[in-house]
Design a protein around this ligand. Structure first.
Ligand SMILES: *[C@@H]1O[C@H](CO)[C@@H](O)[C@H](O)[C@H]1NC(C)=O
Ligand SMILES: *[C@@H]1O[C@H](CO)[C@@H](O)[C@H](O)[C@H]1NC(C)=O
Ligand SMILES: *[C@@H]1O[C@H](CO)[C@@H](O)[C@H](O)[C@H]1NC(C)=O
Length: 329
């Protein structure tokens, strides 16, 4: 044996001798970014240590960020970050459902084509809100953003839901397509590629898509709300976001459900969590076999009430400590 081979073998045996590594050993907790119907502003809940079901409402229960742009209301909060965790973006639907004269019909015909976006390098000091146009003139709205960082191209894939009107129907008074998932790429959430269809369903509309990385290259689950049944479907792929997706089935027969927010457990390998909004608040579910569904309800003792469509981000010790210090519960 060469000396180098011996050295590598010796090192490997040292690593092999250590206990099975945890799923994400650098994470010490979870941050939920969300809003509430009563207060359509960004709110943070931080887990008690690595508990996936017990949380404290940061900033003494007050919002941490409020929109001063667009409709001035934000919903469907998504926190995006890169692998280096050198930047964070809060993305939100620009929609105030309390405005006088509000109707869902109008909100989907002449809704905002922009997302409200904040940027930070430390999760604590945030830029002011920017209104960033992502949709083109044919779209009725831009709802429920989610994003996935791609190391290979050093950019984010940004997804949202919309419906489209004929180019000649400039006032959007006619019949639109079904709701579908749209996407664009961006490096900075300031400029974006042309919006395109990502998942254009037939028969029933789809909104509220979110992905879950399954721990090996190209392996993801994705969740979306089927608008005809108001239930959450799960699909799975092993060849990337633009690969072949296989329908696994319904996450749960419970209805209505929307706004899926999924996350891998920080401690137990193979355990995944999924929050589903029942139109009043998030209900937590979990599974130890995500490839065959097997989702069941989690304990709700310690789980906060009134949380709406948001996202969950695993946090490092540095991130956890910075959040807890800047926004005490
Ligand atoms: C906004 O509407 C929701 C119901 O959709 C209600 O619970 C809430 O109190 C309203 N908020 C304000 C500020 O009017
Ligand atoms: C945020 O900004 C303040 C004031 O500039 C600074 O003291 C602090 O170190 C920054 N970062 C964090 C994580 O608090
Ligand atoms: C929505 O659910 C219905 C009823 O199960 C199903 O037939 C349809 O294919 C689903 N639509 C999509 C886009 O998944």
């Amino acid at each position: 044996m060469h000396a180098l081979t011996l050295l590598v073998t010796a090192l490997a045996s040292v690593i092999g001798a250590s206990p099975t590594p945890r799923q994400s050993s650098s994470y010490v907790g979870y941050l939920i970014s969300t809003f509430s119907d009563a207060t359509p502003q960004v709110q943070f809940h931080l887990s008690k240590g690595n508990s996936a079901t017990s949380f404290s409402f940061l900033n003494k229960g007050k919002p941490v960020l409020a929109s001063t742009v667009g409709t001035k209301g934000v919903r469907d909060i998504f926190l995006a970050t890169n692998s280096a965790r050198s930047e964070y973006y809060l993305l939100a639907t620009d929609l105030d459902i309390n405005v006088s004269g509000f109707s869902w019909d109008k909100a989907t015909r002449q809704g905002s084509h922009s997302l409200v976006i904040w940027k930070s390098t430390d999760l604590v000091n945030w830029s002011g809100p920017s209104l960033r146009t992502v949709e083109d003139a044919t779209a009725g709205m831009a709802w429920a953003p989610s994003a996935v960082w791609d190391d290979a191209t050093s950019q984010y894939y940004l997804f949202w839901s919309s419906r489209l009107y004929a180019a000649s129907d400039t006032k959007h008074t006619g019949t639109a397509t079904l709701d579908r998932i749209r996407y664009a790429t961006t490096k900075d959430f300031a400029t974006f590629s042309e919006p395109k269809d990502y998942w254009a369903p037939t028969g029933t509309g789809l909104i509220d898509q979110e992905f879950q990385y399954l721990g090996s290259k190209g392996a993801y689950a994705r969740f979306a709300k089927n608008e005809s049944t108001s239930q959450i479907y799960q699909e799975i792929t092993s060849d990337g976001l633009f690969g072949t997706w296989t329908r696994v089935g319904l996450v749960t027969s419970d209805t209505p459900r929307e706004g899926p927010a999924s996350f891998a457990d920080n401690v137990t390998p193979g355990l995944y969590h999924l929050l589903l909004d029942d139109y009043t608040q998030y209900v937590p579910y979990q599974t130890t076999d995500i490839r065959t569904l097997a989702w069941k309800k989690s304990s709700t003792s310690g789980f906060p009430t009134g949380l709406k469509h948001g996202s969950v981000t695993p946090v490092t010790q540095k991130e956890y400590d910075a959040l807890a210090a800047a926004y005490p519960a």
